[in-house]
Design a protein around this ligand. Sequence first.
Ligand code: AMP
Length: 171
Amino acid sequence: MNHLKALIREVPDFPKPGILFYDITTLLKDAEGLHLLIDELGAAYAGKGIDKVVGIEARGFIFAPAVAYALNAGFVPVRKPKKLPAVTERVEYQLEYGTDALEIHRDAVDAGENVLIVDDVLATGGTARAVTQLVEKLGGKVAGLGFVIELDFLKGREKLSGYDIRAMLHY
Ligand code: AMP
């Protein structure tokens, strides 16, 4: 899997000075890379009865639907505030400076459904934890969280203890 690192573009000082941004568009445009990405993100959950795959705005929207398709599951978007048109649940979470919020349609997940959450990068874990809270508010069971990249040194996993977390690539 590590050879995929060659397909990930590292952009220094984006979106602000001091951040090394892991750009997956260079992996997505590679036919073999994209194939592997979709297969790998879903592989551990094939045949495990995943009902919904939740993608997080915005980059999670690029591949969560493909993972859902591969697993014969439905796709559910989690979006920034005020983007979803129907009745929503909302959760606020802490950023380095201030707070942010995410929303899910209240009827997007039924009680007892098995949910896989996917996103491109697990950094501090704040975003992913907020999404687990949204899914659980609706009565869904978080079967796992899948990421393309995990930034091990930020210890996002510690905010997600008790969950099955998988990342294809570690930095
Ligand atoms: P966090 O809540 O800190 O785990 O941040 C996760 C979100 O921020 C993910 O949705 C990523 O898309 C994005 N992100 C954070 N750090 C990076 C990074 N170094 N490169 C690319 N995306 C990042």
